[in-house]
Design a protein around this ligand. Structure first.
Ligand SMILES: Cc1cc2nc3c(=O)[nH]c(=O)nc-3n(C[C@H](O)[C@H](O)[C@H](O)COP(=O)(O)OP(=O)(O)OC[C@H]3O[C@@H](n4cnc5c(N)ncnc54)[C@H](O)[C@@H]3O)c2cc1C
Length: 280
């Protein structure tokens, strides 16, 4: 449980961090995923570039039609943000259920999505929120839709030398609501199954729905067949039971010592129904 030796550099701005990144370097955010990986020697970078003191990427601000969350914002700052509770309630609900207070005070949303643990909460929520992820490299910045960001088991669209500087969460419309529910691993509180649901209503029927699931497969995904089946229907018990038949369609369901494949698939349906009932 002792990492290989490494150099440590602390950056005071994104530009300084980018200038420090190169061969054999790795970004250090809150360190709650990276430090355990170093101790297990799953990673052994020559230099860590610490971005945790860069204040410009820690803020949460109103970006007009969206809320801009800095890539270095902690889970705790998201949990305490009133504008997110107003415009995207599932964000605060999820943040308040991540790990324990130490993890929430230090772990960051950028670190979480860069790491892309299949049991992490944020990937499902960013998919359901239709978030846009802003990344910066030495040559400029680019935006990646959440739908394009999560590529596989601990795999994202992030390229070498890129820092996640912001996550834009579109403000929900008047007739919209969202929620996050999870069946959690009791010690770590990682999701065994987590469901993020966002719906926009047109009167009494669903105009559109986005449903993100985490913990189930090798990476977070949207239950698009169920989203489509919900559209145009009233959000009541009959509809929910009719459309939520198989929340794991087209997904390679994981099996481990916490939950078998069959149990996880069952939980995915149960928790998807719970999320939709909360919004109905
Ligand atoms: C006991 C415990 C319980 C936990 N429970 C939960 C839980 O319930 N739900 C949950 O979702 N997570 C949970 N976590 C994970 C936690 O949320 C981590 O904080 C998070 O996964 C990683 O964020 P970090 O800032 O600590 O990143 P780090 O560990 O510093 O970095 C992780 C990876 O992301 C890269 N990185 C970091 N920041 C950036 C950036 N801005 N741009 C680009 N790359 C970056 C690093 O190079 C590294 O590869 C738990 C962790 C622990 C230790």
């Amino acid at each position: 449980m002792i990492p290989t030796s490494f150099d440590y550099k602390k950056a005071n701005s994104v530009e300084e961090a980018l200038s420090m990144l190169g061969d054999d370097t790795q970004i250090l955010g809150g360190g709650h995923s990276l430090i355990p990986a170093l101790k297990l020697r799953l990673n052994s970078p020559g230099t860590l570039v610490d971005i945790s003191k860069i204040s410009s990427i820690k803020e949460i601000s109103d970006g007009g039609d969206s809320i801009a969350i800095g890539g270095g914002a902690t889970h705790a700052s998201i949990a305490n943000d009133k504008s997110l509770d107003q415009y995207c309630p599932m964000m605060g609900q999820a943040a308040r259920e991540i790990g324990d207070i130490q993890v929430r005070n230090v772990g960051t949303i950028g670190g979480s999505i860069a790491h892309a643990d299949p049991a992490a909460d944020w990937p499902a929520i960013l998919l359901a929120a239709d978030a846009r992820i802003v990344v910066q490299n030495k040559n400029g910045s680019r935006e990646i839709a959440a739908d394009q960001f999560f590529k596989g088991f601990f795999e994202t669209a992030l390229e070498e030398g890129e820092i996640i500087t912001a996550i834009h969460i579109p403000k929900s419309q008047k007739n919209s609501n969202s929620c996050y529910v999870k069946f959690k691993q009791p010690a770590s509180r990682f999701a065994i199954v987590g469901v993020a649901a966002a719906v926009e209503m047109d009167g009494s029927v669903v105009k559109s729905a986005r449903l993100g699931l985490t913990g189930v497969g090798e990476f977070a995904y949207r239950a698009t067949a169920i989203e489509n089946a919900l559209t145009g229907k009233p959000l009541n018990e009959t509809t929910i039971n009719e459309v939520v038949q198989n929340a794991t369609e087209n997904t390679n369901v994981m099996s481990d010592h916490f939950a078998s494949e069959k149990y996880r698939a069952h939980l995915a349906n149960v928790y998807l129904k719970r999320a939709l009932r909360k919004l109905g």
